[in-house]
Write a protein that binds this ligand. Structure first.
Ligand code: NAI
Length: 738
């Protein structure tokens, strides 16, 4: 067993040692070899009167046990005198226990000046005076141990003890600073909050408890803290009944309430109150440096536009998530502006695989092109700024680990073609939050404006893994839904290579996530190598459709919706399968090499071809007879397509009129692949376009009206390659049997 703790050679001053706790300390020190100065004014508990008897009695007790002790009868307010007694008698001062105390309990309203002042003079000022008198001696000898005596009343508050609580917690503040200033001189200062039966507590404790809570259960802690072996410094302990516990400060992760360039308001504080006060994953700052460091980090985070959630010194340690739809839904994120030039449009076009090899694509790559255009899917770029700059986690009620965020779905709608340069402003808000059990889905609506004009609308659907189970709803009428592709072979398929540097190129458009470039980062996310951005595949698929069905005419693009399913590795081939259903092009995007689906439930809506809308009525209106014939033509093409393509080798556009207005448009493609029938306006260039009334078309189809005759009679209008119309017979032959 280690040697008992000895205080031989040490000089100890215990204030208020004439009774209670102080007496116990003095006796214990004396027993273990210390020379003890027993100070006590010998007054009553309220600070009245004085007497030497109390101190003398304890000195005698120590001496009777063979110890060394001297009495001092001064008030602690005369600190110098107490220290002088130690110096005069024993030549030094090593250990100081600030223990003297009185009580003047009153309810706060009745606390008078004297009640306040006396308490502060004895406890706080007295401890200050004695300690200051000892300080330089301890400093010079490079050793000192100081105890401050606080109280649970100071730590927690207690009815009727406003004056006492204030002074007692003041002692803790004093000790905290002395611990810092004394450290390099081996002066340690600790604080205790004791509980023991004494004359001070006899009015507030029942007598049997008073007897049980012995002062001798407190003294061992004081002795250990004052021993030269003990390195504890600047700490606070509760002690009593044989139990000792250490206390420290705890701080919530907190919440950054302020946003760059915005006023911080009391409403912001009110709205984030729960997060400010949530002790989940709380931190334990132990120094003013730690505290200040957090503040400085907050300053730079706010400056970076990152309205983040937490106390930054420990934010990384937090994996906890708190999703509160009631608080978050409807919240508006900080407004974002995005300025760009033609360079950004071109960079984006290259990022989604455009190449000058294809002359069709030059209009997206060359600012000097007569029809220089910005790709419609560039519309996600200004909007994503709201998401990427930490805006989501600044929303009250959205506390989550950003590394668990997956981009689930995307919807983009354009209200006009995107300008090729300018400044756009995006306003984002939380449209809804869904609880999917395994995670939470956050729907973020972003409206992007050029000046006051709405240019596009995005809906980001993000999945927070592991953040579900908060008892929320599973679906929302705010969500733009995916739509499955038709259950038939695709109408068109485009295969396109992504380059080895596709992600490296795409990220220059603003999504700098290292997952797409840094192999180590990708490995941490469980990927073999960096992956392509989902929105890059999205851009590829959209331009495939734009070319196939809208002749790269950006004014035809209305909207796109996709669900992100699996990642693509840069260098893999993307295969976009398309189904045309009127103005809607369904699409499915796969990795050609593996067959893995990349985008599903996806579609692009196109605006009608220019001119088609003039006098147009919905195709469904009035139920056209010609629909039946076209349905049959579609079946025939499926059966005999290859043969017909060989014989006809032409594309026929049809405009079916009713009451003088175009009621339906059809395309019979007997030129590409195995042939196809599309309903809706033809987006490319048909070899021949025929305009005919619904009823006349039936006459022709039934064999009752010869096409040539109809032409000369003005019932059939033909544009384009008139000779091609002669091959119509091959298509319409035998429809009389319908
Ligand atoms: P106590 O009343 O038995 O001892 C305090 C001693 O301080 C008395 O002997 C008194 O004469 C002396 N004193 C008062 N004013 C003085 C002055 N101006 N100069 C020199 N000596 C003076 O009380 P107890 O219970 O032993 O208290 C000791 C310390 O512990 C006090 O600071 C008290 O506030 C604190 N404390 C005690 C608790 C308990 O449960 N006993 C609870 C929390 C704190």
């Amino acid at each position: 067993m280690a040697a008992p703790l000895s205080f031989a050679g040490k000089v100890v001053l215990v204030t208020g040692a004439g009774g209670g706790l102080g007496r116990e300390y003095a006796l214990a020190f004396g027993e273990r070899g210390a020379s003890v100065v027993v100070n006590d004014l010998g007054g009553d508990i309220k600070g009245g009167g004085k007497s030497s008897a109390a101190a003398d009695k304890v000195v005698e007790e120590i001496k009777a046990k063979g110890g060394k002790a001297v009495a001092n009868y001064d008030s602690v307010e005369d600190g110098e005198k107490l220290i002088q007694t130690a110096l005069d008698t024993f030549g030094r001062i090593d250990i100081l226990v600030n223990n003297a105390g009185i009580l003047r309990d009153r309810s706060f309203a009745r606390t008078g000046d004297l009640d306040w002042d006396l308490i502060h003079r004895v406890h706080l000022r007295g401890s200050f005076q004695v300690t200051r008198a000892a300080w330089n001696h301890m400093k010079n000898q490079k050793f000192g141990r100081i105890i401050m005596t606080s109280s649970a009343a100071g730590i927690y508050g207690n009815f009727g003890q406003a004056n006492y609580s204030a002074a007692k917690l003041g002692l803790l503040g004093l000790a905290n600073t002395l611990a810092i200033e004394g450290k390099k001189y081996n002066i340690h200062c600790n604080t205790i909050a004791p509980t023991a039966g004494s004359r001070l507590t006899q009015t507030v404790m029942p007598s049997d408890l008073l007897d049980s809570l012995k002062a001798e259960y407190v003294a061992p802690l004081v002795l250990w803290l004052c021993h030269e072996e003990c390195q504890e410094n600047g700490s606070l302990f509760e002690v009593g009944a044989g139990w000792i516990g250490k206390l420290r400060w705890e701080r919530t992760l907190g919440k950054i309430v302020r946003h760059k360039n915005q006023n911080m308001t009391p409403e912001d504080v009110r709205d984030t109150w729960d997060q400010i006060c949530d002790f989940t994953n709380a931190t334990k700052p132990a120094s003013i440096q730690e505290s200040l460091q957090s503040m400085v980090e907050v300053l730079s985070k706010v400056e970076d536009g990152e309205g983040i959630r937490a106390n930054p010194t420990s934010a990384m340690a937090s994996t906890g998530s708190g999703i509160n739809p009631t608080e978050a839904v409807g919240k508006v994120l900080p407004q974002m502006t995005f300025s760009y030039t033609h360079m950004h449009c071109i960079l984006y076009a290259l990022g989604v695989g455009m190449s000058s090899k294809d002359p069709d694509q030059l209009k997206f790559l060359y600012e000097g092109h007569e029809d220089f255009s910005c790709l419609p899917t560039f519309g996600v770029i200004p909007a994503q700024v709201s998401m990427l700059e930490g805006g989501l986690s600044s929303v009250p009620g959205l506390s989550f680990d950003p590394t668990r965020l997956l981009h689930g779905e995307q919807y983009l709608e354009l209200y006009k073609p995107l300008p090729t340069s300018g400044t756009l402003t995006s306003k984002a808000s939380i449209a809804d939050i869904l609880d999917k059990g395994s995670g939470a889905v956050i729907l973020l609506d972003v409206h992007t404006y050029s000046n006051q004009e709405l240019v596009c609308y995005n809906q980001f659907s993000v999945f927070i893994v592991g953040a579900g189970g908060f008892g929320g709803k599973r679906s929302s009428d705010k969500a733009v839904s995916t739509v499955p592709a038709p259950n038939r072979a695709p109408d068109a398929v485009v295969v396109d290579e992504t380059s080895r540097d596709q992600a490296a190129l795409y990220r220059l458009s603003g999504d700098w996530n290292p997952l797409h470039i840094d192999p180590n980062f990708a490995a941490m996310g469980g990927f073999e190598s960096p992956i392509l951005h989902g929105l890059c595949s999205f851009g590829f698929a959209a331009r495939h459709v734009l070319k196939q069905y809208a002749g790269n005419d950006v004014s035809r693009f209305k909207s796109i919706k996709v669900r992100f399913v699996k990642p693509v590795l840069p260098g893999q081939c993307l295969q976009t399968e398309m189904w045309k259903e009127g103005d809607r092009i369904h699409l499915l995007c796969k990795v050609k090499e593996t067959g893995a689906v990349v985008l599903s439930g996806a579609y692009i809506d196109l605006h009608e071809a220019p001119g088609a809308s003039v006098n147009a009525v919905p195709a469904e209106a009035g139920g056209l007879q010609s629909d039946l014939v076209f349905a049959e033509i579609g079946r025939r093409i499926k059966d005999l397509g290859a043969e017909l393509v060989k014989k006809v080798n032409g594309i026929f556009g049809w405009e079916i009129t009713k009451g003088g207005k175009i009621a339906a448009q059809w395309t019979i493609d007997l030129k590409t692949g195995n042939g196809a029938l599309h309903k809706g306006p033809y987006t490319g260039k048909a070899d021949v376009t025929l305009t005919v009334a619904d009823e006349d078309f039936m006459e022709v189809a039934m064999g009752k009206l010869n096409p040539q005759k109809a032409f000369f009679a003005g019932k059939l209008k033909v544009r384009g390659n008139i000779m091609m119309s002669q091959k119509l017979e091959m298509i319409l032959k035998n429809y009389a049997k319908l």
